[in-house]
Design a protein around this ligand. Structure first.
Ligand code: PD2
Ligand code: ZN
Length: 305
């Protein structure tokens, strides 16, 4: 049997192809992303052609133009378009038909809210209470004051903008982590191998994470070293493991959005280029009362080994 006969074009793959086209990804970039994930080239081309043809036929009033930008970006509106890097394929949940829930493999996840620009999706029922508790208890003995990646050197450093305690799990470290990693990969249609290990953060009253971008700043000298392993970050999933009494929402200042830290819920956001025009600036608002625990999953362009 050859590889072609093994590869099935699932509804999730079709939804991902449509989402990439709607986001303005060039056909070549979509093809390269599929090949990098193990798709046979001929199968990938067939899947793209048949999916986009069917999508166009079903939506005569709003044709998809695979190589056209989905919407003018902030930078384009302000005349900076020529200085902007081009977008890359990003993870994307199958939301083209506005489902109320998604099958994430082992769990039905609710779609509570979605925004196109910036791409932000809020999910419910992403983790059970038992999974939240287990993550907290496995992380607690391993917590240390959070470090951030030092883009000047490629190492790690203490940062006053981030007053939480944190730790990283290894990817696939336990049955619980493998289960959650597989669920997240299915939910956002992105290879599990492109994910960093889950990070757990604990915020005590007063602790916060000031607004920042999760991608690595291309202007920093340490960034090329960081990118050798898996390329850029292209999406983030924040999982809420408990509920502070007040404060601690995840904020998106460019669009004045605040996501409430509700236990078992999660917020997904993607950024197709390392540029503020993605409007993916986000922060963890100060915790006013109680404690906040989250787990963060960062997704890379390529395998993160
Ligand atoms: O705790 C948060 O809500 C938060 C906000 C911004 C977490 C992160 N960024 C992160 O882990 O990158
Ligand atoms: Zn962040």
């Amino acid at each position: 049997m050859n590889t072609r006969s093994h590869q099935q074009i699932t509804p999730e793959l079709r939804a991902w192809i449509v989402a990439q086209a709607q986001a303005g990804q060039p056909a070549e970039a979509v093809l390269q992303a599929m090949k990098a994930s193990g798709w046979d080239e001929d199968v990938a081309i067939d899947a793209m052609e048949s999916t986009l043809r069917a999508h166009l036929a079903s939506q005569p009033a709003t044709p998809v133009q695979p190589s056209a930008p989905a919407q003018p970006s902030v930078a384009a509106q302000s005349g900076e378009a020529t200085q902007q890097p081009t977008g890359v394929p990003v993870p994307e949940p199958a939301l083209s038909e506005s489902p109320l829930y998604l099958d994430a493999g082992d769990r039905r996840v609710y779609v509570l809210q979605s925004m196109r620009n910036p791409r932000v999706v809020v999910f419910g029922n992403l983790l059970s209470d038992e999974e939240c508790d287990a993550l907290i208890e496995e992380a607690r003995p391993r917590l240390a004051r959070s470090l951030t990646v030092a883009t000047k050197t490629g190492g790690e450093e203490l940062n006053d903008d981030r007053t939480s305690n944190g730790m990283f799990f290894q990817r696939g470290e336990s049955e619980l982590l493998r289960r959650i990693e597989a669920r997240l990969a299915t939910l956002v249609n992105w290879p599990l191998e492109n994910g960093e290990g889950l990070q757990v953060l604990q915020y005590r009253p007063g602790a916060e994470y000031k607004p920042h971008y999760d991608y690595f700043d291309p202007a920093e000298p340490g960034t090329p070293t960081i990118l050798k392993r898996g390329g850029q970050r292209v999406a983030t999933i924040i999982l809420y493991l408990n509920e502070p009494e007040r404060g601690g929402g995840t904020t998106f200042p460019d669009v004045q959005l605040e996501v409430a830290p509700k236990r078992g819920h999660g917020v997904f956001f993607s950024y197709d280029r390392a540029h503020p025009s993605t409007r993916s600036l986000h922060g963890g608002a100060p915790v006013l009362a109680g404690e906040k625990w989250i787990a963060t999953k960062w997704l890379r362009e390529r395998r993160f080994d």
